[in-house]
Ligand binder design. Structure first.
Ligand code: HEC
Length: 151
């Protein structure tokens, strides 16, 4: 009987603490990121065909023209993204080939809690999980493209 009570109390503690475990992401200040693990990798993601259309639909309204938000122009392919320092947070590249955790753009679209500012797209619904996963796969594959064959 007593051990039953203990086990109930133990489970209650586990259940109460679980959300905090989920929220305590590996990066300080970043949390509540969408889990994309269930979405399998799309091989050889093509920037022009698969990524630019996402940016064109959801982002270029603010990130283009003579005065793009955060000095980030998303209408010019990835020249303003790959290996370019983040304007907002020093120490991050906007896109670091091969690493989503060091790519500021990925954090901006994947997580509700940000190091600085808001989740993107600003004032819109988050990108769906398929779109987020495509961006994930593109960033991860950049290193392979760079070292192996050019895209
Ligand atoms: C309604 C306008 C608006 C839309 C739409 C928008 N952004 Fe932004 N974006 C901003 C503003 C304003 C900032 C700076 C403030 C902030 O971070 O909240 C910003 C900042 C950023 C930054 C930080 C840049 C840096 O170098 O530090 C990234 C990355 C970014 N946006 C990506 C995106 C992406 C990707 C999309 C589309 C999925 C998007 N944004 C859609 C307005 C917008």
């Amino acid at each position: 009987m007593l051990s039953n009570i203990f086990s109930i109390v133990r489970w209650a503690i586990v259940i109460i603490l679980w959300p905090f475990v989920l929220l305590s992401n590996s990066h300080a200040g970043i949390g509540a990121c969408d889990d994309l693990n269930a979405i399998t990798e799309t091989p050889q993601v093509n920037f022009e065909l698969e990524i630019q259309p996402i940016l064109t639909t959801h982002c270029v309204g603010c990130h283009s023209g003579p005065n793009p938000a955060a000095f980030l122009d998303l209408s010019v392919g990835y020249t303003d993204l790959v290996d370019v320092d983040s304007f907002e947070v020093s120490g991050f590249k906007r896109v670091e080939p091969g690493s989503i955790s060091r790519s500021y753009l990925f954090i901006k679209i994947n997580c509700s809690n940000q190091i600085f500012g808001n989740r993107m797209p600003l004032n819109g619904n988050p990108l769906n999980l398929i779109e987020q996963a495509l961006i994930r796969d593109w960033i991860r594959q950049l290193l392979i493209f760079r070292n192996g064959f050019d895209d």
